[in-house]
Design a protein around this ligand. Structure first.
Ligand code: ADP
Ligand code: MG
Length: 231
């Protein structure tokens, strides 16, 4: 079966004292291009672990991972990191912004990592414009120079979303993106994710507890105790 990102028979074990804890028990999932998929399920079910494997942040204990039909399971760490940097954008529940950087600087971090010094010096201006444009699109124009501790929870999540999108990734992976937000702010961020998904045509995978977030998705995948269960 072809797909955009495909995982097959994924097993993930963690050592737990003298035993191993099997947190994914043979998960297979295919993402199509441009689709929005929600992953739901109880806490501890293995949702974040699966998201990290589909975003090349972590490796399975067994099973295979494909990106555009290329088997990337055994890529070297450096190649996997390069693929992740080019193809994936991440939004986490905790924004993981760098506290000493401004909103705009935080958004630019993935481009700095990608470009190297020479390219950054020669092409930095267009990157900065892209970062600024994205933050403005997200309603953050007046807060480009704020540091994370000067922003509200919803504003920080907007910065994190801009950072996920700035490198023009093919897939955006969100782990409980509204998990720390109050109901009204959560709705705003949901609306933004929905309109950005429509505008950009990127594939979105959203792990969530919140059924109103899951309602944004074209498909809901439920995971319980390390396995996909039918909805
Ligand atoms: P979810 O996101 O669905 O809440 P996770 O994927 O974060 O669940 O975790 C699934 C299970 O794996 C949990 O029981 C958790 O304690 C365990 N786990 C996650 N990461 C690690 C780790 N690095 N080492 C050991 N156990 C882990
Ligand atoms: Mg989780």
């Amino acid at each position: 079966m072809t797909g955009f990102v495909r995982v097959e028979g994924i097993i993930k074990d963690y050592p737990s004292g003298t035993q191993t804890l099997r947190v994914l028990k043979g998960v297979s999932l295919t993402l199509a291009e441009k689709e929005i998929v929600a992953i739901v399920g109880p806490s501890g079910a293995g949702k974040s672990t699966l998201l990290h494997i589909m975003g090349f942040l972590d490796r399975p204990t067994a099973g295979e991972v494909f990106f555009r039909d290329r088997n990337v399971t055994s890529l070297a760490d450096s190649e996997l990191a390069a693929l992740r940097n080019r193809a994936c954008g991440f939004v986490f529940q905790m924004h993981h912004l760098l506290p000493e950087l401004t909103a705009l600087e935080n958004v630019l971090v993935p481009l700095m990592i990608r470009s190297g010094i020479f390219e950054w010096v020669t092409r930095g201006a267009s990157s900065k414009k892209r970062g600024r444009d994205l933050l403005e699109r997200l309603g953050m124009g007046p807060r480009l120079r704020h540091r994370p501790n000067q922003l509200s929870g919803g504003e920080r999540q907007r910065v994190a979303i801009a950072r996920a999108l700035v490198g023009d990734p093919e897939i955006v992976l969100c782990d409980e993106p509204t998990g720390n937000l109050d109901a009204a702010t959560s709705r705003e961020v949901q609306q933004l994710i929905k309109s950005l998904a429509a505008e950009t045509g990127k594939t979105f995978v959203i792990v969530t507890h919140d059924m109103s977030v899951a309602a944004l998705a074209g498909r809901v995948v439920r995971i319980e105790d390390g396995a996909i269960v039918s909805p």
